[in-house]
Design a protein around this ligand. Structure first.
Ligand SMILES: [Zn+2]
Length: 423
């Protein structure tokens, strides 16, 4: 193999020389995880009662393990725990806004968090050089938060983290990035798009000089990535992560053909979201994750709810690490008539559009699109018509001025029935 920094780290960390050895190594860790989880957790003791770990020899054997879901995690989070409460270094409680569903609680030991820090160190080397100053536009105040772990990872490159937090005031964050001399920014896709639009309207000498941008926390549609890159004049990388995966999951390389998976910690599959049947690489389905070395709370065949494609052929960068190409979507929660991903594609292709809320009711699609100035209605209608994203619904379109972003923006965006889009 001859890939970039991430692949070199994965191979060094696992002691594997090639793809075949890495896959065998993953199956050995999977067998250990099954034994460990069954012995240590009440939930897995029941779930895995009839499973013989020694039968798990190759990827084709994965369906011998049952799938697990966010609903099971919500219902019995504490029962998934595999270590003494005293060893838990961080508990993350994930509430789903606008619903009464039980929150999900995810537990990590210090060693679990350390593995994420290590991934961030080597993943960030795909897009920054040592000495770079990186603006972190994500929650980073709490020890063990995503921004805190990223800052710890950057320090080892060494690179300097500038913790600015999620964007609430576009102008203020833009100014702060510029004053700090950041050469890279890591943020939430729509928030970074807002910054990019803001900067493009400034006179040239007042603009940011970014050398790279990383979009994280939510799937970034290629239409959004293209606009961010054009407006900021730098390469745009994407990262796929979930809190359940210890935040970090997979990151893009300079070839921009999907996000390379941290395969020394994660095993990725794609399944048919309706039947649960495994799908071959290259086919679109629901992404399913298995953690290979987690202590506090291992995840076995965990349904992410996110759609995407798994790619296993060699990447343009030379790496043989598997790649995921996330397509957002929240398989289980998308309004059956609409696809958030298709709406993203249509709306984010329009100049000036930064964020939106969408809701289908009866035969109408209620759509509010935000921009630093209200975006052009004619262009949005034309893009929706050309893409078919409105699925024949009557479009009730409103264009408004963006007043900033609310909350942390760390929830993945989703369409909800009747309740508008969650932000
Ligand atoms: Zn690559």
């Amino acid at each position: 193999m001859s890939g970039g920094p991430l692949e070199r780290w994965v191979l060094a960390d696992t002691g594997c020389k090639d793809r075949a050895a890495l896959e065998a190594w993953q199956m050995a860790r999977l067998r250990e995880t099954v034994v460990y989880a069954r012995e240590k957790s009440r939930f897995y003791a029941e779930l895995l009662r009839g499973v013989d770990p020694s039968c798990l020899r190759a990827r084709a054997d994965l369906p011998l393990l049952p799938l697990t879901t966010a609903e099971q995690l919500r219902a019995r989070g504490g029962d998934w725990l595999c270590c003494a409460a005293s060893r838990v270094g961080r508990i993350v409680t994930l509430k789903t806004s606008g619903t009464t569903a039980e929150p999900k609680r995810v537990f990590f030991t210090e060693s679990d968090l350390e593995r994420t820090v290590d991934f961030f160190t080597h993943g960030m080397r795909e897009l920054i050089a040592p000495g770079e100053r990186v603006g972190i536009l994500m929650p980073s105040e709490q020890p063990g938060s995503v921004g805190d772990l990223l800052a710890r990872g950057l320090a080892r490159i060494p690179a300097e983290a500038v913790k600015l937090g999620p964007v609430t005031d576009v102008a203020a964050t833009y100014r702060a990035l510029r004053e700090a001399g950041c050469g890279c920014a890591v943020g939430i896709p729509v928030q970074v798009l807002g910054l990019a639009c803001y900067g493009a309207a400034l006179p040239e000498p007042e603009r940011l000089r970014l050398r790279s941008v990383l979009l994280s926390a939510d799937a970034a549609h290629p239409a959004l990535v293209k606009r961010v890159g054009a407006l900021l004049g730098c390469p745009v990388f994407t990262h796929f992560g979930m809190t359940e995966l210890g935040y970090g999951g997979a990151v893009e390389c300079a070839a921009h053909r999907g996000c390379h998976v941290r395969e020394n910690d994660l095993l990725v599959e794609v399944i048919d979201p309706e039947t649960g049947a495994p799908l071959p690489p290259g086919q679109r389905g629901e992404l399913v994750f298995t953690t290979l070395r987690r202590e506090a709370m291992p995840f076995l065949r965990y349904r992410s709810g996110d759609l995407g494609v798994l790619r296993t052929e060699r990447c343009g960068c030379g790496s043989r690490l598997a790649r995921v190409v996330p397509e957002g979507g929240r398989a289980a929660r998308t309004d059956e008539r609409l696809s958030l991903w298709e709406l993203d594609g249509a709306i984010f292709s329009c100049d000036g559009a930064v964020d939106f809320c969408a809701r289908a009711e009866g035969e109408a699609l209620y759509l509010t699109v935000f921009g630093l100035e209200p975006p052009d209605k004619g262009a949005l209608r034309a893009a929706l018509l050309a893409s078919g994203a409105a699925r024949g619904l009557r479009v009730e379109l409103e264009c408004r001025t963006l007043r900033g972003f609310s909350g942390t923006g760390m929830d993945k965006r989703a369409l909800t029935k009747g309740g508008g889009r969650e932000t």
